[in-house]
Every structure is written in C-alpha cells, then in structure tokens.
Ligand binder design. Structure first.
Ligand SMILES: Nc1ncnc2c1ncn2[C@@H]1O[C@H](COP(=O)(O)OP(=O)(O)OP(=O)(O)O)[C@@H](O)[C@H]1O
Length: 279
C-alpha cells in the first residue's frame, strides 16, 4: 500500500492486533483507515479494547500483529518513523497528566518539547513558542489563566489546558482517551464541543474514546463500536441502530426513553391512625 493511493487516509491499521502478556486478547487483527480531518469516537463497554486501539495508534501500546501506517511517514516499523509520527500526534488523557504545581502556560509549553533537542529544552523556551502557547490558551478560553497554577483550576479548566498543550504540539492528529470521564455533564459537553470545533477548524484528525453514547452521537463524524476485542460497528452516528447497540453493549442499552418509576404516593398529611385500645 502506498499512502498516495488513499488521498483521504491519515493513518491506517493493517491486520493490527494486540495480545497482552498472559495471552490477553485485547484487539483482534483489524484493518481500519482513519481519514484526514475526521472526528472518530470509539465506543464500547469497559474492557472492550478502546484504550488499546487508541494507544496502539501511536505505539504507546505495541501491536503484536500487523502494523500501523502513517500517510506522512510510512510504516511505523522503526524508531525513527514512530518518533516522527508521535511528534505530530498529540494525546489528551482522562486525568490530563499536567504538572499541578506549574502554571497553565508552563504546562502548555511542554507541548513544544518534541520540537527541541534534550539540551535545548533545559533552556528558556524561544519567544515564538511562548507566543504559540499563549495563543493555544486563548483558543481554549484560558488566556487569563496563563499564570495560574494547575491546582488552582477547575477540572474543566484543567482539561482545557490539556487540549491547549495538545494544540501547542501543532498536531495533525489528536488521540484522546476518555477525556471527559472525570467531568460533570455540562463541562463534558463544553470540553468536547471545544475539542471538536478546534479539530474542525484546523483539519486535525481526532480519535476519542468515550463512554457516553449521547456525546458520540452528538459530536462524532464516525463511530467505531467495539465489543470483545472486535470492531462491531463502523459508520456515521445516523447509522447506529438498536441492534448495533445490542451488540456493542451486550444487550444492555435501551435507546427508548426510560420511564422513571413513580414513587408510591403518600398522603401529605396522613390521618393519624386511630389507636386501638385493647380493652
Ligand atoms: N497492560 C495490560 N496487560 C494485560 N491486559 C491488559 C492490559 N491493558 C488492558 N488489558 C486488558 O485488555 C482488554 C482491553 O482493555 P482496554 O483497556 O483496551 O479496554 P477499554 O475498552 O479501554 O476499557 P475501559 O473503558 O475500562 O478503559 C481488557 O481485558 C483489559 O483487562
């Protein structure tokens, strides 16, 4: 396969599978293309293989079968192409993995480290990196928090710093592993909306693992559903039907609105029981 023959392809996994030590099959050999600018959400029950698939896309998890092919750098079969691919692939984590006692700006600047040699990163960052980091904070609405320490920010703000750090890397791809799992619903929507809008504006390819079907339907261009280490659904959200959900969630997902059980009504002022006096 030559990347040029698939003009929309950003990254391909080719017969790629992962078996962990102890013979734990986490992802059966699978072939999938991730296309340029697409916002893909991975759905599935806990243990279905979402993180494994996501993390194998930049070899944070080493595939044990098949390969990953980058349109930009070719097969990720040696340290050089893996390093180049990682420099253009930013990660956003559930627990953001920021340095809590450093400022938002210092954390965002770490997104630039891949562009500098080890010795250079010991020196103060160049002015253009500072400007870029500030611009990234501005894009996530946190320019005024640039000098605030991470531990002084709310969970949602911390995750927005995590996104700004990813943007500072000037990535062509963002991998986000359950980026809103620790946030309340309103903040989750805000953070996901922000991530989706920025990816759209910059043409960044995104692969996000989520637990919430509602967010996947609302924000994704494409949903990949996993069950038992296998892809069981791969299409736009509009094509996701109840029988697919049954397969992804092993029959435990109901799309119809749930009826909230009405509690047995108690009289507001119950009449005091007449005392039966045994005579
Ligand atoms: N480092 C590891 N060593 C051994 N087994 C692992 C390892 N990481 C994951 N697994 C196993 O691989 C399978 C897939 O795990 P994975 O974390 O990819 O699932 P997931 O869908 O992301 O789950 P969750 O939603 O809970 O994060 C599970 O059976 C899990 O126990």
């Amino acid at each position: 396969m030559t990347p040029a023959s698939y003009p929309d392809m950003m990254l391909r996994i080719e017969d790629m599978g992962v078996t962990y030590p102890g013979n734990v099959l986490a992802l059966r050999p699978t072939t999938v293309d991730f296309n340029k600018g697409e916002f893909t959400v991975l759905l599935g029950l806990s243990g279905a293989g979402k993180s494994t698939l996501l993390r194998s896309l930049n070899h944070l998890v080493q595939p044990t079968a098949g390969k990953v092919v980058s349109a930009e750098f070719g097969d990720l079969d040696n340290r050089r192409t893996v390093r180049l691919h990682r420099s253009r692939t930013a990660m956003v984590f559930q627990h953001h993995q920021l340095i809590e006692r450093h400022t938002a700006l210092q954390n965002v600047l770490t997104g630039r480290l891949a562009y500098h040699s080890t010795w250079r990163s010991l020196l103060p960052m160049p002015r253009r990196d500072l400007e870029l980091a500030l611009h990234c904070l501005e894009r996530v609405g946190l320019a005024d928090k640039a000098l605030a320490r991470i531990d002084q920010l709310s969970g949602g703000q911390q995750q927005r710093v995590g996104i700004a750090r990813a943007l500072a890397q000037q990535p062509s791809m963002i991998l986000a592993d359950e980026p809103v799992a620790s946030l309340d619903p309103a903040t989750s929507e805000k953070v996901l909306g922000l991530l989706r809008d920025i990816c759209q504006e910059d043409g960044i390819t995104a692969v996000i693992s989520l637990h919430q079907l509602e967010y996947a339907q609302r924000f994704a261009d494409r949903i990949i559903g996993l069950a038992n280490a296998r892809i069981v659904f791969d299409a736009p959200p509009a094509d996701l039907k109840q029988h697919h959900l049954n397969e992804i969630y092993h029959g435990n997902y109901e799309t119809k609105p749930r009826t909230v059980p009405v509690p047995a009504t108690k009289p507001v002022n119950p009449q005091p029981k007449k005392l039966e006096i045994a005579r």
